[in-house]
Design a protein around this ligand. Structure first.
Ligand code: SF4
Ligand code: SF4
Length: 411
């Protein structure tokens, strides 16, 4: 037996196959090895020392999006995400022995993640995203879709609360930005601050916070992932009031709510318990009736897998958008699967990510909406790039709270 805990966890699968019609990679390939049940069998074989973690086996596991749609329908409650992360952690050295380009991507992602939010690097990358020459270079190393989907540069939000020592003493909410927020979604950060200001809720943004750890955790890099988790727990523990920790990127939020399952101690349990997704938090907060101006527009709402399958808060964004008078919100059909962004999946597996994105883009175009709302910057970047490729760059992609902030009467 190589890993008896992993073998025990995979034994929970009763091979019923109920998850198969919900798995995006199985639906596209019709290959059992690309299904949840097949992947669990492969991991089980490795854990029991019956199979080697060779390149073929690892590729089947790597091609999983970790969208966790399978988990939500599994009658045996198989902890699929935890199993895959553990397997990748166990086989991490082998997983790193890949091509030069793949290792270069890992290095670049790691360097970007080491930066605190709001750094010069982010401003330079945003400017670079607008350069044709650099876009071509990015396409060559596999970052093309990512660069093309970045929003136009906007200034870093100016606020007296931003990282200022002492503000945490009076804060009723602490905001988690993560490492990519400044790069991918500065307008959303500004919007959140404006909404909290309008509601009279004091906030703070702890300055020692770092990446949530998701990208490392899902790539089998458990050491750096847990280091980032510990840093965040420390960064958010200076206030004696222990206010809610609010995040606007549902991908990061899914990881923050999972700290308790990874670190399995009291500190991480308390941290995860304090976590709230921004839409969920705002939906539970009473608002003055006339806070928002009406908006006569039809928008399409995409619910990221992290919000739906991990946080189980898929209704919250729709609930807060209902507070904008006259706004018509069209949901994507419930059969719509993962868009293919999935952390670094869009960079690591551009072909499958592109195929999955096409289905979502088609569904968006069917709605006739003039804007697409999504709660995850990764999905926003991937879908923005896809809309531009279809000649529909006129469909603006933004976070639900950004639309709400634009309708505030007092701004
Ligand atoms: S996490 Fe998503 S892609 Fe991976 S096996 Fe489950 S349903 Fe399929
Ligand atoms: S639904 Fe659950 S128990 Fe059934 S095959 Fe899928 S993972 Fe296994």
């Amino acid at each position: 037996m190589r890993d008896s805990d992993l073998a025990r966890q995979t034994d929970l699968c009763v091979k019923c196959g109920l998850c198969l019609p919900h798995c995006p990679t199985y639906l596209k390939t019709q290959d059992e090895n690309e299904s949840p049940r097949g992947r669990l069998s492969l991991i089980q074989g490795w854990a029991r020392n019956e199979l080697e973690a060779d390149q073929t086996l690892k590729t089947h596991i790597d091609q999983c999006l970790l969208c966790r749609a399978c988990e939500t329908v599994c009658p045996a409650y198989v902890p699929y995400g935890e199993i895959v992360d553990r397997f990748k952690g166990d086989t991490t050295d082998q997983a790193l022995a890949t091509s030069f380009i793949s290792r270069s991507r890992t290095f670049l992602i790691r360097k970007a993640l080491e930066r605190a939010p709001g750094g010069d690097l982010e401003a330079r990358l945003l400017a670079a995203g607008q350069s044709t020459l650099l876009r071509r270079l990015a396409r060559w190393i596999g970052f093309g879709g990512l660069m093309e989907g970045l929003p136009k540069p906007s200034p870093w939000p100016q606020t007296s609360a931003l990282g200022k020592p002492g503000t945490e003493q009076s804060a009723e909410v602490e905001i988690f930005l993560g490492c990519t927020a400044g790069l991918m979604d500065r307008e959303t950060i500004q919007s959140i601050l404006l909404i909290f200001e309008s509601l009279g809720i004091p906030v703070s943004i702890p300055s020692n916070q770092t990446c949530c750890g998701a990208l490392d955790q899902h790539r089998g890099q458990t050491g750096p992932a847990q280091k980032a988790m510990r840093q965040n727990i420390d960064a958010f523990s200076s206030s004696p009031k222990t206010p809610p920790i609010v995040s606007f990127a549902s991908g990061c939020g899914a990881m923050l709510s999972d700290y308790k399952n990874v670190l399995k101690d009291e500190e991480s349990a308390s941290f995860s318990q304090r976590f709230r997704d921004i839409s969920h938090f705002l939906a539970a907060t009473p608002w003055p009736e006339d806070l928002l101006r009406p908006l006569d527009q039809t928008v399409c709402l995409q619910v990221p897998c992290s919000l739906k399958n991990v946080l189980h808060q898929e209704q919250a964004a729709g609930q807060i958008l209902k507070r904008i008078p006259q706004l018509k919100v069209v949901n994507l059909p419930s059969t719509t699967k993962c868009c293919g962004a999935a952390g670094t999946y869009m960079v690591d597996h551009p072909e499958m990510a592109g195929v999955l994105r096409e289905d979502v883009i088609e569904a968006i175009l069917q709605t006739g909406a003039s804007a697409l709302l999504t709660s995850n910057p990764g999905c926003a970047t991937h879908l923005r790039s896809g809309l531009e490729a279809r000649g529909r760059g006129d469909i603006e992609v933004l976070h639900p709270v950004t639309l709400i902030a634009r309708q505030l009467r007092n701004t």
